[in-house]
Structures are given as structure tokens and as C-alpha cells.
Design a protein around this ligand. Structure first.
Ligand SMILES: [Zn+2]
Length: 148
């Protein structure tokens, strides 16, 4: 799922999906990032996974721009290696990145802390493992099981 915007550093980039473009060298261009215009362009005829990789590729360009590393930003081999390998780690280790099925957030620790009762055991009265404000000890409850 390609969003309409992506925030890299403090910049909000508008993502535009559109027609195929030729690169400066005449080669194929699946994606492009324009730092000044705040736009990320993605060729819309790619399959969904390729779009995602294209977006990730442009994000890494944007990160290198943000940290002022023009040498890395313009190193297509470096950007591609980072993209392909980071994508593989994300894809093959989904539990790190997937949203909590209960709260929809990428991490549900906050949600767990906020719950008055344990969210997975059958105990409905206030759990004695309820953490103090700011603590995340709920997961130390012997009855707590990771939501799956
Ligand atoms: Zn590139």
C-alpha cells in the first residue's frame, strides 16, 4: 500500500504515481525524488511489491539528503543495496514491523500499559501486574501472552 505522503526528516513529500519516465541517462526510471519540490514519483505500472521497493529506494535517497551525505545520496549502488537488503529483512522478519492486530499500531506497548486489565488472560479484576505509570511491566505478567 503506497501512501499519498511520506515524511523524511522534517520534510513531507507528496507521492505521485504516474507514467513511465526516462532517466537523465536515458535509462528506465521506476522512481524519482525531488527534494526541492517535496515530491516522490513512482511509476504506476509496476506491481505492488516493486512500487514498495521503489518507494523505499527513494526514501533512502531522501534520508541521505536529510543527513547531508551527498556522496551516499548519489551512490545508486549503495542506495540499491540498502533498499534490497532492508526490504528482505522487513519481509522475512514480519513480526518486527507488522501492526498489532488488536490496536493497529506498530507497537502495542502503549496500549498494553493503558489497559486497566490484562488483555489476554481471563482475569477481569485489576491485575496485580498492572504497571505504574511509565512502566511497561505488563509483559512480565506470567499469564501475559503475545497477541498473535
Ligand atoms: Zn536511485
Amino acid at each position: 500500500m503506497i501512501p499519498n505522503t511520506v515524511k523524511i526528516g522534517w520534510r513531507n513529500y507528496i507521492i505521485e504515481q504516474g507514467e513511465h519516465r526516462a532517466g537523465d541517462g536515458g535509462g528506465d526510471l521506476c522512481g524519482e525524488i525531488n527534494y526541492e519540490a517535496g515530491k516522490v514519483y513512482i511509476w504506476d505500472k509496476q506491481d505492488d511489491e516493486s512500487k514498495l521497493i521503489t518507494l523505499l529506494h527513494e526514501i533512502f535517497h531522501g534520508i541521505m539528503y536529510f543527513i547531508g551525505r551527498g556522496d551516499l545520496r548519489t551512490d545508486e549502488n549503495f542506495i540499491t543495496a540498502l533498499t534490497e537488503n532492508f526490504y528482505q529483512v522487513m519481509k522475512d522478519n514480519p513480526s518486527i514491523f507488522e501492526n498489532c492486530k488488536n490496536c493497529g499500531k506498530s507497537t502495542c506497548y502503549e496500549q498494553i500499559i493503558a489497559l486497566p486489565d490484562c488483555n489476554s488472560c481471563a482475569i477481569k479484576e485489576t491485575c496485580r501486574y498492572t504497571p505504574e505509570p511509565g512502566q511497561a511491566t505488563r509483559i512480565n505478567c506470567p499469564l501475559w501472552v503475545e497477541m498473535s
